[in-house]
Structure formats: C-alpha cells, structure tokens
Ligand binder design. Structure first.
Ligand code: FAD
Length: 482
C-alpha cells in the first residue's frame, strides 16, 4: 500500500492553474504546460495519501471501476510503468477523464469522510501524461483477426472506446462520423482550454496503428443508409450521442442573437484552432447571457470571456447550492446541477433561482434584453416571486439547458430502433437494441451524461458485441446499461 501515514502527514494539494490574466488571452489548457507536467512536483506525496482502505469505495464511484488504490500505490513507489498498465486496464482514455471528469471517485473516497479526498483525478492525468511523454503508450494491434466486421456510428468517447476494444479483440472496425474530424463532443463541444485537441489526435494515431478505420465526414442516414451498414457489417454500434438540445419557447425566441450552445461552441473551437468560420457567432463586446449552469454553460462562459464579451451573466433556475432548501425538497441539491469550472474563476456573474420570461428585441429584430423573474420550488412546484421581474441587457443569448436525447430522423428511423420512455435508444442490460446485431452505447442510449460513463458504456457494449460475434468474450464489461 501507499504511505501508511501519508494522509496524516500531507494535506490535499492540486495543480495550480495559470494566472487568470494570462490564460484568458489564449486558448491553451488552463494548466501550465499540460496538467500532468504541472503536477509532477507534488503528485507522489498526494498519491501517498491513499489509505488503501479495506473497502475502497472509489472503485464503485468510478463507472469504469478504475483500480485506484493500486495505481496510487505504484505512483507513490515511483513505478510509473506498472501504474499506466493498471490504469489502462480499466480506462482506454485516461487523458480525457483525467482532464474532464467531475471525478465521482473523489466524492466516494473514504478519506473524504473527515479530510479532503485523495486527488485521484490529478494522479490519473499525471500517470497518462508521463506515459505518453516517455513513449510507453504503444499501439496494441490484435494478434489475429476474427474475420468479423463492426460499424461504429459516432466518434465520441463511447464510439471510440467500443472501437478500440473491438479492434484489439481482432474484429475489423470502421468508425463513421458525420463531422469532418473524429472525436464527438471532445472535439467540437469541449473547448481547447479544458482539453487541447492534440490529446485526441495522439490517441487516434494509436488507434489507426492498431487497425481501426475512421470515416469522417460520412453521415449515416444521409451519405450511407443504416440498412446498408447493417447489410455490410456483422454488427453495428450506435454511439451517436444525445444531440437534440433543450429549447426555451418564450416570447421573443425568434429574435436574432439567440443560439444554442452547440451552435456557438463548435465554431469557437474551430476558430481557436486556426480555421475561419464565415458569419461566426461571437461574443466580442456583447452582453452575453448564458441560460443553464452545467458543463456546457461553463464552456460558453470561458469561451465568451476569451472572445472579449462586455459582460456575461449565467442564469440557473435552481437555487444556489447550500442555500436553505425548500420544504418540498429535503435532500441536498445535486452539486453537479451547477458545476464549478475553471471558467468561473475568470469572470462573469452567476444568478441562481431565476426563470426567463421573455426576450426583448430592438427595431432590427435583434435581441437586446432578457426579462427574468426570481423563482422558488415551494410545495414541489416552480413559483414566480411577485415583484422580482427585471430586465438585464443581452445582445447574445446562449442556451445551455441540456439535451433531450438522440436525433431520431436518420439512424434510429432507418434501423427502426425502438426508443425508451425517455426518448433514448432502448437497450437490454447488455446494450442490444430492439434490432438484432445492433447495439447502442453512450449518450444515445443513456441520455446526456459524462465522458466517464460514455467510455464505460463503450467498453461494455464492445464486450456484448464480441460475445454476439464469437459466442464468448474476455473483454471487460464494467457496467450494465440502465
Ligand atoms: P458524443 O460525444 O456526443 O459523440 C457522438 C458523435 O456521433 C458526434 O460526433 C456526432 O457528430 C456523431 N453522429 C451523430 N449522428 C451521426 C450520424 N447519423 N452519422 C455519423 N455520425 C453521427 N462530460 C464530462 O465528463 N466532462 C466535461 O467537462 C464535459 N463537458 C461537456 C461540454 C459540452 C459543451 C457538452 C455538450 C457536453 C459535455 N460533457 C462533459 C458531456 C460529454 O461530452 C458527453 O457525455 C459525451 O461526449 C458523450 O459521448 P458519446 O460518445 O455518447 O457521444
């Protein structure tokens, strides 16, 4: 085990981000020279804080079942090559989760009962960054080919994890992606300042060398039909994400200057990487209002700051976490409803417990203000508080209110996939859809979620596909579908 008294000697320390004044002037990650490198001076004693408890709840907190105490111990012993081997045993892409995961493992850490939890996420990213830098992350091509073929539709973390597992198991896998580049939300949703895209490209290079085939710029349902894929491949994995954004139909919705976050962020990501986007939606010198307080809202905030917004206000309908709870809701407010991100250190105002009543336009049909009202959830019902209506300036409004489910007009329709009561692709506990040979993983089946769940579902769906194709499998299946 790691240092038996480590947690008594050391307090929790995390990597220091670059100064706000510096980092808002560029699009690079908020940590100096990559977080893994920034952490090296402090990470060994931090890993040594792991108590290696009898029942390590961090395993269960992590959907991937990461064997966290083992790699904490190995880092503390300076055995980085075994540490990456143990980390990769459960997680295909620790460079994504080590940067982007809200770390449910840390919430589950037993040390967290009466001290600050172990910096598990920081240890994870240190291990993988060091492994890439030292050249220990090598392609693992299969030793033999099964002769079976699999099409994966969608190249987000779920599709990529499924593809890597199935390729390594010997199947010939092609990943279809309608965007011009592979990566799903990792590529065009999540900004460079949270994760630089070079991390995706490096991993894709490994996957290509292992034999995974990537077909970017091909929309299944338009450029090739679902039926054609089904006829051509022995199995199909639908990993198309939950891409239908929630809308807000209040008076003035039709005004110019009101956009979905996923119209704004992909353009900003492209421009940050040197592309030109004709008619780009930009925040410069504008009063920006972001409606929604999750990861997407935080990404809009950091992006608007870097584009030079005049002011930014982020609205959230739920009360501020920690505020006295309404009697109808005696349980704690789920902290992830209003996430705290690096962007929140950089600027902008956050307003809790408000609802948008109307968008107000100017004579040219552009939004110029937003009328909001304070709300409570007394009696389990949303109620407006009389006399609190007010206007705030808004030249650019960004909706970041979550996603209602997968698109149903292409893949789902052509493959005749059943949906569940929430509008997601229906699966059995082993990821089989209503159509034999077609499996679904990630947000398409689960509903909007997290990268760590997408990777776990991709891995588990790969095990189900492998068993379907060959009659048995030795691939790990960390979670059943819900
Ligand atoms: P996606 O990543 O959505 O990928 C689906 C892919 O399928 C897309 O590339 C899409 O173009 C493609 N596709 C769809 N239909 C077709 C078709 N017909 N043919 C071909 N291709 C198709 N989670 C975290 O854990 N941490 C974060 O910090 C975080 N930040 C986020 C920020 C934003 C702005 C958003 C929107 C989400 C964020 N999330 C975050 C959530 C996380 O990104 C998702 O849960 C995760 O990416 C889901 O993975 P997926 O593989 O299921 O789908």
């Amino acid at each position: 085990m790691a240092d038996p008294k480590g947690f008594l000697k050391e307090g929790r320390k995390v990597a220091t981000r670059r100064p706000v004044d510096e980092r808002v002037n560029d699009w690079n990650e908020v940590y100096p020279d990559g977080i893994g490198r920034a952490l090296l001076p402090i990470i060994t004693p931090q890993a040594g804080r792991c108590m290696d408890c009898g029942i390590p709840f961090c395993h269960q907190g992590c959907p991937l079942g990461n064997i966290i105490p083992e790699w904490n111990d190995l880092v503390w012993r300076d055995d980085w090559s075994d540490a990456i081997e143990r980390l990769h045993a459960t997680n295909n892409f620790p460079e994504f989760t080590g940067r982007l995961c809200p770390a449910p493992c840390e919430t589950a850490c037993v040390l967290g009962i009466n001290q600050d939890p172990v910096t598990i996420k920081n240890v994870e990213v240190s291990i993988i960054d060091r492994a890439w830098e030292s050249g220990t992350v090598a392609p693992q091509p299969p030793e033999w080919l099964s002769g079976k073929t699999v099409a994966v539709i969608g190249s987000g973390p779920a599709g990529l994890a499924a593809a890597q597992q199935l390729t390594r198991a010997g199947h010939t896998v092609a990943v279809y992606e309608r965007a011009d580049k592979i990566g799903g939300l990792l590529r065009y949703g999540i900004p460079e300042f949270k994760m630089e895209k070079r991390h995706i490209d490096r991993r894709l290079d490994q996957m290509r060398r292992e034999g995974t085939i990537f077909r970017a710029g091909v929309e299944v349902g338009v450029d090739v039909t679902g039926e054609q894929l089904k006829a051509r491949y022995d199995a199909v994995v639908v990993a198309t994400g939950a891409t239908v954004p929630r809308d807000l139909q209040v008076p003035g919705r039709e005004l110019a200057g009101i956009h979905q976050a996923m119209e704004f962020l992909p353009q900003a990501n492209r421009v940050a990487l040197g592309e030109t986007v004709e008619g780009q939606i930009r925040a410069d010198d504008k009063h920006v209002v972001i409606i929604g307080g999750g990861d997407t809202g935080a990404d809009c905030l950091g992006t608007s700051i870097r584009q030079g917004a005049a002011s930014i206000t982020q609205l959230e309908i739920m009360p501020q976490p920690g505020e006295s709870r309404p009697s109808a809701q005696p349980w704690p407010t789920y902290p992830m409803l209003f996430r705290v991100s690096s962007a929140h250190e950089e600027g902008g105002d956050r307003v809790y417990g408000v609802s948008t009543k109307e968008f107000i336009g100017d004579e040219d049909g552009n939004v110029r203000a937003l009328r909001l009202v304070d709300v409570t959830f007394e009696g389990g019902k949303l109620a407006e508080i009389e006399g609190t209506e007010r206007e705030i300036p808004a030249d650019l409004v960004l909706f970041a209110m979550g996603f209602t489910g997968p698109e149903t007009n292409t893949v789902v329709q052509q493959l005749d996939l059943e949906l569940d009561e929430r509008g997601n692709v229906r699966r059995t506990p082993t990821y089989q859809t209503s159509v034999p040979g077609v499996f679904a993983a990630g947000d398409a089946g689960r509903g909007q979620s997290l990268i760590v769940w997408a990777i776990a579902e991709g891995r588990a769906a790969a095990a189900a596909v492998d068993e379907y194709l060959t009659g048995s499998t030795s691939l790990p299946a960390p979670i059943k579908s819900t």
